[in-house]
Design a protein. Sequence first.
Length: 115
Amino acid sequence: MSQSPKILFITLSLYPAQSGGPSNTLYWLGMALHKKGFDLKIITTSRGINNGQVKFNNWLNTNYGQVKYINYKPFSYHPKILWEVFKAVRTVDIVQLASFFYFPGFIAAFWAVFL
């Protein structure tokens, strides 16, 4: 049996945020993939999340993979978010973008082609 690919999700918001459809959709997709044995990493922001709901700026092991909720603004252009994306792209087989128009996702796609 071959090893499951490592997948990176990059999204502006993720459950427990309720700021849009992708927040919950990617959560449930991550749950299903993780349950099937896929190794998931998710980089997201603190958008739509209240303090205390999750720990920010640290990798968290969840029942849907490793997640990093980054709490730096602006959410689309902060260098620390872009640096986390760059480091994570180097460690995965697949990059799944929630939106090509979310700048860190666009950068991840660009870096993935060259790495």
